[in-house]
Ligand binder design. Structure first.
Ligand SMILES: [Zn+2]
Length: 75
């Protein structure tokens, strides 16, 4: 079993279990999955947002993500 996060045409996101990835594609193609909120069957796999951790890393004077070199004193 594999779980996918799906999104309907109205923007509702929900999780749904499928036997496997191929079954997911087939059921979405056949519109066999309905949104639990609006019963819409125009459902697609939601694209997982990439991690934003990279952008949230603090900037340091030496340009390294995590500075442990004491670079402020070297400037
Ligand atoms: Zn919906």
């Amino acid at each position: 079993m594999i779980r996918y996060r799906l999104r309907c045409a109205e923007g509702h996101a929900f999780d749904h279990w499928f036997d496997n990835a191929a079954a997911c594609d087939a059921e979405l193609e056949a519109r066999a999955v309905a949104c639990p909120e609006c019963s819409g069957t125009a459902v697609a796999k939601a694209i997982m947002a990439p991690s934003v951790a990279k952008a949230a890393q603090p900037q340091t004077p030496c340009g390294k993500p995590v500075c442990a070199c004491g670079c402020p004193a070297l400037e």
